[in-house]
Design a protein around this ligand. Structure first.
Ligand code: HGY
Ligand code: MN
Ligand code: MN
Length: 392
């Protein structure tokens, strides 16, 4: 079965019929684990699911392993390749190459941050950064991370044991680019040299709910109109700085009835840039902008940090190893920064990390029509094979 076919089959494990939606340890993850475990064991791996829900396969004997992996969760109504393609390619590489040294394959339980608002739960557990605060985070229904782990049939007390405490040679992640760059250059592959930093906050505008029919326009403190004005400011500041992206991805208005002036609005803000100082300065400007709009409209404004993920350089030595494999397989080397966050930026805190991107047709991702070309998967597999052979 081809890797693209595996990804399309795995995309059917979803919590939203008709779409691919698979958040942290939701029930369909059992099907993904069973599907991949059978294949991993056939490829010669000893497989287990750690207490953080990471699917892990150990190939080969003692000694410092090389890690290859990506994430198994998805955003809502995702495509079939973000994350899981990297796990499928890792398994296929071990199956085909049967490396002469130990390899750890990992399918992380959660990278997108959808269910609990904070990303990288799986890879953070692997580097020993999944402490009580993280396990106590609640999803919108009030279930904690620890509760979700228990509901899945695992024991959250075992999360500390998920940490990698032995030496590792490095980590390589294959991932779709999720953007337009490689397609614009007509290239199948990209070598990631850095991953942009990411700030994520919740901004709350508080006004005064009131009757939509009896409250004159001049007497309103409408939180949603204030948020709407601020969102145009987010776009304007995002457009004003080279390489900056700023996004309001989700907005909740309360009480949420057509005949009630919204009294409270919460909006997510996601700000990214390859330079941390630029990202932080833009974030500060956007917070000041929110406060000014609120003051002018008789609203109050507050914000809560969800994530401050510094930009992360990939390991120069490992990047050079990947580039050697790219050249050896006859492909052109193109170095690039990743605008998307990846588990590699967490694993890089524990071991040398690198990534190889595959072209995203249409530059599309986080969308059901996300795609990847068979010839690009074949090119990436050839690079992966050469990379592993060079490690022997
Ligand atoms: O949001 C991201 O950058 C990634 O897709 N988790
Ligand atoms: Mn993603
Ligand atoms: Mn991803």
């Amino acid at each position: 079965m081809k890797m693209i076919d595996h990804c399309r089959a795995l995309a059917k494990f979803t919590q939203e019929p008709g779409f691919t939606t698979r958040t942290f340890l939701s029930p369909p993850m059992h099907g993904v684990h069973a599907y991949l475990r059978e294949w991993m064991e056939r490829a010669g791996m000893a497989v287990h699911v750690d207490a953080a829900g990471n699917l892990r396969g150990r190939f080969g004997g003692e000694g410092a392993p090389f890690w290859i992996g990506s994430h198994l969760d998805t955003v809502p109504r995702a495509g079939a390749f973000d994350g899981i393609l990297g796990v499928v390619m890792a398994i296929a590489l071990v199956e085909r190459v049967q490396p002469a040294f130990p390899v750890e394959v990992v399918g992380f339980s959660e990278e997108e941050g959808v269910r609990f608002g904070v990303p990288f739960i799986g890879s953070r557990a692997l580097i020993g950064d999944a402490g009580p605060d993280l396990l106590a985070k609640c999803d919108p229904t009030g279930v904690t991370v620890a509760g979700a782990i228990r509901e899945y049939g695992l024991d959250p007390a075992g999360v500390p044991d998920a940490e990698v405490k032995t030496p590792a040679r490095g980590y390589l992640e294959f991932h779709i680019e999720q953007g337009p760059v490689l397609e614009s250059l007509d290239l199948p592959l990209g070598v990631v040299d850095a991953i942009a930093g990411l700030s994520r906050i919740i901004v709350e505008f508080e006004g005064h709910a009131n009757h939509a029919g009896t409250t004159p326009m001049a007497l309103r403190r409408d939180a949603l109109v204030g948020a709407a004005e601020w969102i145009t400011c987010v776009e304007r500041i995002g457009q004003s700085v080279e390489g900056l992206v700023a996004t309001v991805g989700r907005i909740n208005a309360e009480p949420g009835a057509a005949n009630v002036i919204p009294g409270c609005v919460r909006a997510t803000l996601d700000v990214r840039h390859s330079a941390d100082a630029v990202r932080k300065s833009a974030l500060e400007r956007l917070i000041v902008c929110a406060r000014e709009i609120a003051a002018r409209r008789g609203l109050t404004c507050s914000h809560r940090e969800l994530l401050d993920q510094p930009a992360c350089a990939m390991d120069p030595g490992l990047v050079a190893d990947v580039e050697r494999a790219v050249v050896a397989t006859g492909q052109k080397v193109h170095r690039m920064t990743s605008g998307a966050g990846h588990d590699a930026m967490i694993m890089a805190r524990r071991m040398p990390a690198a990534m190889l991107f595959l072209r995203s047709p249409g530059g599309l991702s986080h969308h059901p029509d996300e795609d990847v070309l068979p010839e690009d998967v074949a090119a990436a597999m050839a690079v992966g094979r050469q990379f592993l052979l060079n490690l022997e």
